[in-house]
Design a binder for this molecule. Structure first.
Ligand code: NDP
Length: 317
């Protein structure tokens, strides 16, 4: 690792709609932002198929296409975009220190955190085993559904994500079984209704996963239990999809930034992007457990860049 120290005004961590929007605003304000894209360049939207609810796209746009457009827009105003990730921070001094995996040590006056959130798993040993083997467990139907074309799959979850992914899988797979742990969906009515209307999606209510079954190489089925009747049954499948929500990507900040019990960053002042550390701002899903939309993330990215700009101006005067 080289020991390069780079001194800048604005570091943006993360490349979802929040990070890129912050970059567009910060670059246009001449803050010369440097943006590290993180482990999943483009963020969660790169795992979404059709985005129909982002204003300005009347015919919809795919998530990956939208992220390419946002990146291009940030680059148009000379944001420096790097593919690596920030692995450590030190927010104890007036200048914030951040270490990137490319060996760069960054000393920056402002930091905009846009690290988003990551998919959650059930945590069953059998699930983790086949996840690590790459043998049939996935948290992204749009990424991996293709591999199960013409096969049977199972998906866990009952939120909007689970409905969206189940519907996506239903177009590729012969049968999709959806495991809902309560007797109702959490998803919006329109999304749940679409799933209920799809002939090759079977919904099992009050049903929890006991074990992911496999032959040592890949998934062959799932053992499930009805939590009302205690009846145990096995569902044959080759793909097991998990769509049960997300965890904010905030671990590297936990020694400095105030987080809630789940790990979401707490705003120091509601209605702003301020954290408890002066010069460190937050945008997007890293601080949003309520709305979690691309458009709200973009909005908070804008707020964070404007707050960072005001902070920098105040330092100069
Ligand atoms: P949610 O938190 O909304 O839903 C998670 C689902 O997973 C719930 O049904 C929950 O069950 C279930 N679940 C959680 N843990 C377990 C477990 N251990 N075993 C079984 N089931 C479990 O997450 P989503 O990712 O679906 O959605 C996040 C946000 O993103 C929401 O605000 C949603 O509206 C939004 N979104 C919008 C989309 C769109 O508009 N196109 C698409 C996708 C997401 P329970 O209900 O019992 O708690």
């Amino acid at each position: 690792m080289s020991n390069k120290i780079e001194e800048i005004d604005c570091l943006i961590i993360g490349s979802g709609p929040a990070g890129y929007t912050a970059a567009i605003y910060a670059a246009r304000a001449d803050m010369k932002p440097v943006l590290y894209q993180g482990l999943q360049p483009g963020g969660q939207l790169t795992t979404t198929n059709e985005v129909e609810n982002f204003p300005g796209y009347p015919d919809g746009i795919t998530g990956p296409e939208m992220m390419i457009e946002l990146q291009k827009q940030a680059e148009r105003f000379d944001t420096v975009i790097r593919p690596g990730f920030i692995e450590k921070v030190d927010f104890t001094g007036p200048i914030h220190k951040c270490w990137a995996d490319d060996g760069t040590e960054i000393h920056t006056k402002t930091v905009i955190i846009s690290t988003g959130a990551s998919a959650k798993y059930l945590g069953l040993p059998s699930e983790q085993k086949y996840l690590e083997l790459g043998g049939g467990v996935s948290a992204c139907a749009v990424c991996d559904g293709f591999f199960y074309k013409g096969q049977e799959t199972v998906i866990v979850g009952a939120g909007d994500s689970a409905c969206e992914e189940a519907h996506y899988l239903s177009k590729l797979c012969t049968k999709v079984t959806m495991l809902v742990r309560r007797d109702e969906f959490r998803a919006s009515k329109i999304m749940a209704d679409r799933v209920k209307r799809t002939p090759n999606i079977e919904i099992l209510y009050n049903t929890e996963t006991e074990e992911v079954l496999g032959d040592g190489q890949g998934v062959t089925g799932v053992r499930v239990k009805n939590n009302v009747t205690n009846e145990v049954s096995e569902i044959p499948c080759t793909g097991f999809f998990v769509a049960i929500g997300h965890k904010p990507n905030t671990d590297i900040f936990k020694d400095y930034i105030n987080l809630d019990e789940v790990g979401y960053i707490k705003y120091e002042k509601p209605g702003t992007s301020l954290t408890n550390i002066p010069g460190v701002f937050v945008s997007g899903d890293a601080a949003d457990k309520t709305y979690r939309q691309a458009v709200t993330a973009a909005g908070t990215g804008c707020i964070a860049a404007l707050d960072a700009e005001r902070y920098l101006s105040a330092l100069e005067h």
